[in-house]
Design a protein around this ligand. Structure first.
Ligand SMILES: [Zn+2]
Length: 102
């Protein structure tokens, strides 16, 4: 999974480290980078709510095109109910339902 960290802090640490020889330099640099504090990067997911074909009494059901999460609404559309994101996969609902199919 991709991670991010403060590159300025990493460069300061590298500049402040003294090395005796090239082998030690490589080991120290790899060690520094591997153990540098970093956070996983959340992948930005874009999706859409697609109305599902289900039995009549449950016809107001929408599916997240990214993860398949089913959202049942009493009235209105997901937009009307301000579901701008998927509660399961946290996708941003900014795609066209037809364009998001795949
Ligand atoms: Zn989802």
């Amino acid at each position: 999974m991709p991670k991010y960290g403060n590159l300025d802090e990493l460069l300061l640490k590298l500049k402040g480290t003294t090395f005796i020889d090239n082998d030690q330099y490589c080991d120290a640099v790899f060690d520094l980078i591997e153990n540098f504090p970093a956070e996983p990067v959340r992948q930005e997911v874009h999706a859409a709510w697609r109305q599902m074909d289900v039995c009549e009494q449950d016809e107001n059901v929408y599916e997240c095109t990214a993860c398949g999460f089913a959202l049942q609404l009493i009235v209105g559309t997901p937009e009307d109910n301000q579901y701008n994101g998927c509660p399961r996969c946290l996708a941003t609902m900014d795609l066209d339902a037809k364009g998001a199919e795949g």
